[in-house]
Write a protein that binds this ligand. Structure first.
Ligand code: PLP
Length: 367
């Protein structure tokens, strides 16, 4: 008998999260210069870090011997001011992944269940399974969340529903009125997580008034991140918004110093870097047009996306992925999302998108 044999069966059954291939790894494996590699695999910001965040970090390096502010006062105050919410309803996380896990740890346990959609973000089943709860996958509709099916999937033992809007990896977006109707229809004792990791890439007219819904729905948890539009993926910082009692539950299972000092400082500075945010959106819109027009010209289908990535139907995606790697282009195969014919491509700078399109055309011509 080994320790691993005694780990709970539900932990042993977890299929670990598959991150995008790091540039350094591909450089080692293929003997390619790191500078010649284009990574469009993890929905990162091709502009890099917000200049305001960079400057702010430089100012706190001398304080790194001290523990961070476990309550994240400065960042929470900045978020509260920007969104006109109460500080008591904000929970900070080591990335929004962390807050998703806090929801699972606070509200799920063996004998309960969580509902999420087919093709939805992989972390929902992972955090559910880690608590010993049952994950219920509701069939998708045109690769997006089907709220009617999700509602029908809710059982008496369901405690949490996860919704990604826009969704990763499919990029699909739910209509705000439909979401609101869903919130009204589901049992009030259920926590509904509305994951808005890519919300900043939406045109204003498409953004759901989700913050206003927090007062109407005491069971609503919004999650947001600084990893995407704010360009701070490497620092790991995100947050949840909820009513104070639900936020209090999440804080009970949170590590005391879960967000590090650099992340707290950078996020507070980036939050109000309006120019950087606008440029991120503009680069994303232009890159999305470039990529989708490019693949369309090759006769390929894609799933219209509202995020900073797009899924392209390339046929045998595993093979195309490998061929792209040989040409120094890293994208993400999404076979683990039940989409074996698709590759997810993050939006890059014009030159990076061009590298992907040229390499893809070359591979497809060769077949
Ligand atoms: C839908 C969605 N939610 C949450 C996250 C978590 O991001 P982070 O932990 O970097 O905030 C991601 C990251 O890819 C995502 O795609």
């Amino acid at each position: 008998m080994q320790p691993c044999d005694l780990a709970p069966a539900y932990v042993r059954a977890i299929a670990p999260y598959q991150p995008g291939k790091p540039i350094s790894e591909l450089a080692r494996e293929m003997g390619i210069n790191e500078a010649d590699i284009v990574k469009l695999a993890s929905n990162e910001n091709p502009l890099g870090i917000s200049p305001k965040a960079r400057a702010a970090i430089a100012g706190v390096l001398d304080e790194l011997a001290l523990y961070p502010d476990g309550n994240g006062f400065e960042l929470k105050t900045a978020i509260a001011a920007k969104l006109a919410v109460d500080v008591s309803g904000i929970v900070l996380g080591n990335g929004s992944n962390d807050v998703l896990e806090l929801v699972a740890r606070a509200f799920l346990s063996p004998g309960t269940s969580a509902v999420y959609s087919q093709h939805a973000f992989a972390v929902y089943p992972l955090v559910t399974q880690a608590t010993g709860a049952t994950g219920i996958e509701a069939p998708a509709l045109n690769f997006g969340h089907d709220l009617a099916t999700m509602r029908a999937a809710i059982r008496d033992d369901t405690r949490v529903v996860f919704i990604a809007n826009p969704n990763n990896p499919t990029g699909t977006l739910l209509d705000a009125a439909m979401l609101h109707a869903f919130l009204k229809a589901v049992p009030e004792q259920l926590v509904v997580v509305l994951d808005e990791a890519y919300g900043e890439f939406l045109d204003a007219a498409l953004q759901a008034p989700s913050v206003a819904w927090l007062t109407e729905f005491p069971n609503l948890v919004l999650t947001r991140t600084f990893s995407k539009a704010y360009g701070l993926a490497g620092l790991r910082v995100g947050y949840a918004l909820a009513q104070a009692d639900v936020a209090g539950m999440l804080n009970r299972v949170r590590q005391p110093f879960n967000v590090n000092s650099l992340a707290l400082t950078a996020a507070a500075a980036a939050l109000n870097d309006v120019a950087f945010l606008a440029e991120s959106k503009q680069v994303n819109d232009a890159g999305m047009a470039q990529l989708t027009q490019g693949v369309k010209a090759m006769g390929l289908e894609f799933i219209p996306s509202f995020g900073n990535f797009v899924c392209v139907k390339v046929g045998t995606a595993g093979r195309v992925f490998q061929e792209l790697l040989k040409r120094g282009v890293i994208v993400r195969p999404v076979g683990n999302y039940g989409m074996p014919e698709y590759l997810r491509v993050s939006i890059g700078l014009p030159e990076q998108n061009g590298r992907f399109l040229t390499a893809l055309a070359e591979i497809l011509e060769g077949t």
